[in-house]
Each structure stands twice: as structure tokens, then as C-alpha cells.
Design a protein around this ligand. Sequence first.
Ligand code: ZN
Length: 110
Amino acid sequence: MHELSLTQGVIEICESSAGGRRVTAVVLEVGELSSVVPEALEFCFEACSKGTLLEGARLVIERIPAKGKCQDCSNEFPLRSYFNSCPSCAGHQVTIISGEELRVKEMEVD
Ligand SMILES: [Zn+2]
């Protein structure tokens, strides 16, 4: 499962920056284009955090809307998938500005 290795990575990052203190909450930013299922992430987090500094921590998932920018006309628009074309000029040279992120935004420690 994709979410399992992601969760393990998140836990490692948090543990290494927690300095031995207990982590009480973690805020994750998850882009809409990342193929992560929030429910699966929550499930993995609960399972993987057992016995770590993050055991019992609250997991908050913030969804980041996907946005693209057209290379032809510089229009910025919401993306529904990787293969959206530009709504104003129908161009296909679209750069993804946001929506792919998966990162720890904040965490709370005791
Ligand atoms: Zn365009």
C-alpha cells in the first residue's frame, strides 16, 4: 500500500524533529492530485504510530486544491486531473502549480 510507506516517512520526519518529546498532533498537506486516500492515511497512521512518539497523536489532513498554469496564455486554472487542457485557449502545455504535495505542515509537541 502506497499510504503505508508515506506514513512511515511522515512519522520518521516528525520523530526526528520532535527532539524526544511527545507529538500530540500532526497537520499534513495533501494535494488533490496525489493519489493518497485520506482514510487510508489515517488508518496507517494509527497503526504505524504505535510505540513511537506519535502514538495517540491527532492527524489533521488538509487537502490542497490542484492548480495548473497554461504555458501558452499564462492562464491559471483549477485542475481536475493531470490531463486537463487550458480552459481559455485549449492548450495542452500545462504546468502543475499545486496539488501534488504531501508534506508535514505543522506538528504539536508536548
Ligand atoms: Zn491557455
